[in-house]
Write a protein that binds this ligand. Structure first.
Ligand SMILES: NC(=O)C1=CN([C@@H]2O[C@H](COP(=O)(O)OP(=O)(O)OC[C@H]3O[C@@H](n4cnc5c(N)ncnc54)[C@H](O)[C@@H]3O)[C@@H](O)[C@H]2O)[C@@H](O)CC1
Ligand SMILES: [K+]
Length: 519
């Protein structure tokens, strides 16, 4: 499903109105009706229920006035609290305000500090709150009186249905710079906005509903490069079929180059991730002194010992042996637990430009490139990098704190500049592709912040690549399935304590769920 900025949504609204003649009032009416539907789901019969509708001075407030009218007609006791003077309301919102007033219904302006007492009083008796204060036109931090109203709504503990976006979230970034409504439900119109699927905005959304407001569907999903939320259906459609005549040689061979003394777990988890994702054959190559250790840990994975340094890391002299192994593989996954030993760093830097199969580069495979990141542009095969924010900061040579507020921009610039699929881990994981498409992954939970989780992801992506998926889809589907397995682990074992091994255990079930569910 496509995800848009506020500006892109305005363009779509405008196209619907100007090119197709759909009046703005019709869009606003449909928007309001969609919100009413969710309020009805929440309250059941609305007759006699008290609903506080907070309306701002823009079109989001206009939507709120439509909601108020329909709830009133259904018998609800509706209070409209207007965060503006009535004369400040213009356009379609003013039409809906006039209708409301002609129906003999009052509006309660909230424009001064002392009006907040009345707001708190209304909230005490309310069964539900409709937040139509700010929509896609909001930027920065809410000023008074909206700031105080938002705090009062949150303090009330009442269920809140946000109109289009919780007030206080910036639609384009998900940034929250001041007071922000914590919604139980958000009804967004036509397409999700970027701010609804990126933190910290995402945590304010509650249950997300995407409502049709009659914008022609071909305007919304035109298949052009853009930002897309990964859905279960997309992953199902992408997963390569496994034909009846499949044999292990036809399901892809993955070579995992990973591990160092003290970091054998990372190597094993990556190898198992590839196998669990369905790769036919997986070979794990580690420094020779570790081969016996990993061979004991792994039953289904083949192991190879490579020349090592005195510190138990891969030696520079391993280059040719690795390239020979790569020749026999369909995919290379490199990086988990390799260490930052100078010789190993040199090996990685020399090796990558010579690789001719699709590869996934993670962890120390990426750390090795810090300071010489242009090596990525010299990889001739499709490549996927999977940094977390710290690794990305190292690659870019900037402080780690500078990534989190502009994750989307960072990932998209990296993909464009380096010509590699860039999977930036975190909530939500982003997969930016050199072709201009970015996928946003909705699955996963904070429990995934556990050692080894990223190594499993590297393996899963490599396993999907080996089965014939292209790099963007393998990365996006890998993130989706890995997050889904994490969500299942959280449900089964509790979010705080599940381990990377639990993600591995649940991957087959996550894939089965995606493959079997009907559209
Ligand atoms: N035809 C359309 O464009 C449609 C728009 N719709 C609704 O309209 C919304 C967008 O409407 P608008 O563009 O009027 O914008 P908003 O309704 O989001 O209103 C923005 C208002 O808030 C003010 N504002 C911005 N930042 C502020 C801050 N930090 N503190 C205090 N005030 C601030 C602005 O000056 C502006 O008056 C959508 O979110 C959606 O709910 C829907 O009715 C569907 C159709
Ligand atoms: K809102």
């Amino acid at each position: 499903m496509r995800v848009v900025t506020g500006g892109q949504m305005r363009d779509l609204d405008r196209a619907a109105m100007e090119e197709y003649g759909i009046p703005g009032l019709v869009l606003m009416e449909n928007a309001g009706l969609a919100v009413v539907q969710v309020v009805r789901q929440l309250l059941g019969d609305v007759a006699g229920k008290r609903v506080a509708v907070f309306a701002g001075k823009g079109n989001n407030g206009g939507d709120g006035l439509v909601v108020a009218r329909h709830l009133f007609n259904a018998g609800a006791e509706v209070k409209v609290l207007l965060l503006a003077r009535p004369e400040e309301i213009t356009g379609d919102a003013a039409v809906n305000l006039a209708i409301w007033q002609k129906m003999g219904q009052p509006v309660y302006p909230v424009v001064r500090g002392e009006d907040l007492n009345a707001v708190r009083l209304f909230l005490v008796g309310a069964h539900a709150v409709v937040d139509a204060i700010f929509g896609t036109g909001f930027k920065g931090a809410a000023r008074e009186p909206a700031a105080g109203v938002i705090d009062a709504i949150n303090a009330s503990g009442k269920p809140v249905v946000a109109v289009d976006i919780p007030s206080g979230v910036e639609a384009d970034t998900g940034q929250v710079h001041g007071p922000c409504v914590r919604a139980t439900h958000t009804v967004t119109f036509a397409l999700p906005k970027l701010g609804l699927v990126q933190e910290p905005g995402r945590s304010h959304v509650g249950e997300l509903h995407v409502a049709d407001i009659s914008i022609p569907s071909f305007l919304l999903e035109n298949g052009a490069p853009g930002r897309y939320l990964v859905t279960e259906k997309m992953v199902r459609d992408w997963l390569p079929p496994r034909p009846a005549w499949a044999h292990k040689g036809s399901c892809g061979r993955v070579l995992v180059v990973a591990g160092s003394r003290g970091m054998t777990g990372a190597a094993c988890l990556a190898a198992l991730g590839a196998a669990r994702a369905g790769a036919g054959l997986v070979t794990l190559a580690v420094p020779a002194e570790l081969q016996d250790v990993v061979a004991v840990k792994l039953t289904e994975i083949m192991t190879v010992g490579l020349p090592g340094t005195g510190e138990g890391t891969l030696a520079r002299s391993a280059r040719n042996e690795i390239l020979d192994l790569v020749e026999k593989a369909d995919v290379l996954a490199i990086g988990p637990g390799l260490s930052r030993h100078l010789e190993t760093v040199a090996l990685i830097r020399e090796l990558l430009p010579a690789v001719r199969v699709p590869c996934v580069i993670d962890a120390d495979g990426l750390n090795a490139l810090a300071g010489d990141v242009q090596i990525l542009s010299r990889i001739s095969a499709p490549a996927i990098i999977t940094p977390h924010e710290g690794e990305m900061a190292r690659l870019l040579g900037c402080p780690p704190g500078e990534i989190s507020s502009r994750r989307l921009k960072v990932a998209e610039e990296a993909a464009g500049n380096w010509g590699v699929v860039t999977l930036l881990k975190g909530a939500a994981t982003l997969i930016a592709c050199p072709g201009g498409t970015t996928y946003i992954n909705p699955t996963g939970n904070p429990g995934l912040a556990t050692g080894g989780s990223g190594d499993v992801l590297t393996g899963v992506i490599a396993g999907l690549l080996a089965q014939g998926m292209d790099a963007p889809r393998a990365a996006a589907a890998g993130a989706y399935l890995h997050g889904l397995a994490g969500d299942m682990a959280a449900r089964e074992k509790g979010m705080r304590g599940f381990l990377a091994g639990d993600i591995l255990e649940l991957l087959p079930e996550a894939m089965a769920r995606v493959e079997c569910t009907c559209a």
